[in-house]
Design a protein around this ligand. Structure first.
Ligand code: PMV
Length: 317
């Protein structure tokens, strides 16, 4: 018996970094997914197969995850161990992940892996509710990313557009808008925690400026929700560029990202960094009139691909 589940990655449309200090951010899941296939093994081991390598560990050794390397596999071993314990099963599990989401560039690959693995592994026993999948996936991700807000996992589970802030948490937007994005991957792997720390230092040294930028970001996010509702691409593009300017001011852009933005600006409605910056990806807003031109511009200097909003979220196959 096989249990297969698939979960989408995400982009942050507006509000990254400022969200850490209470501003609302807007996220959406994208039609790039991680699919996880799980099956029982007679041998009492957990075996993980992915594009990033293979690893198998005896179940008895999984009680202490601190000794599991590479570290990024710990959440997946935890998910398998937790499911086997909860269902007192005297077996092993093999988990195979197949990903369309580039790793480590802010597109939510780690959350999508945890969400799809939680659904797939537990699906060997019974199908969990979306709420339980989310709770377990966040618990798994926190093993390596202690500070994660859970927003990436939430948008991966439920799909679509959502706002997130630290007080209210995530709120699904009921708007169904078919935004088309060109995502350009700088291929510079970024470390979110490091960049968040760097922004914290910037904020401490530039208190007044940061306050002003925060007010600006709040306005941008408010206006962006209205523009998404109206499907006003021109306005959304302008807001993306304004948001990009704020991100540049807090120092999270790089020379490579600046080049990608200026290239994207030539033909798209607007472009900005998505996620932490310091590398990673930019997104640019397009429609059928300018998508080919934009992808051809960006494709010459980066790994670029088209993405749409995914409205399905986690799904069993
Ligand atoms: O690059 P990502 O997708 O990990 O984005 C991080 C988003 C930040 O706002 C920079 C940090 C956070 O915890 O919200």
């Amino acid at each position: 018996m096989k249990s297969i589940a698939s979960a989408p990655g995400k982009v942050i449309l507006f509000g990254e970094h400022f969200v850490v200090y209470g501003t609302k951010a807007i996220l959406c899941s994208i039609n790039k997914r991680i699919t996880t296939t799980s099956q029982f093994l007679d041998k009492k081991i957990v075996k993980i197969k992915s594009d990033l390598g293979e690893k198998e560990i005896d179940i008895d050794s999984l009680a202490n995850l601190d000794e599991v390397f590479p570290e990024f596999l710990r959440p997946l071993f935890h998910i398998a161990y937790d499911a086997l314990e909860e269902n007192s099963k005297n077996k092993g599990i093999e988990i195979t992940l197949e990903s369309e989401i580039p790793y480590g560039v802010g597109l939510g690959s780690s959350s999508a892996a945890c969400v799809s693995a939680t659904a797939s592994v537990n699906g060997l026993f019974r199908k969990l509710t979306k709420e339980t999948i989310l709770k377990k996936a966040i618990e798994a991700e926190r093993i390596i990313f202690k500070q994660t807000s859970g927003a990436d996992s939430a948008v991966s589970v439920f799909g679509g557009l959502m706002t997130f802030d630290t007080k209210i948490g995530y709120e699904k937007l009921s708007i169904r808008n078919n935004l088309n994005l060109v995502i350009a991957n700088s291929l510079q792997i970024h470390n979110t925690q490091e960049i968040v720390k760097q922004v914290k230092n910037f904020k401490e040294i530039n208190k007044e400026l940061f306050e002003k930028l925060t007010i600006k970001e709040e306005e941008i996010v408010k206006n962006a929700i209205v523009a998404i509702e109206k499907n006003d691409l021109k306005k959304l593009g302008v807001l993306m560029l304004e948001n990009q300017y704020l991100l540049e001011q807090i120092g999270v852009s790089t020379e490579k990202l600046d080049i990608l933005i200026s290239e994207a600006k030539k033909s798209s409605y607007g472009a900005k960094i998505t996620g932490a910056g310091g590398g990673g990806c930019i997104i640019s807003l397009v429609d059928e009139n300018n998508s080919k031109e934009t992808i051809s511009h960006l494709g010459k200097i980066s790994n670029s691909f088209m993405a749409k909003i995914d409205y399905t979220g986690i799904t069993y196959l």
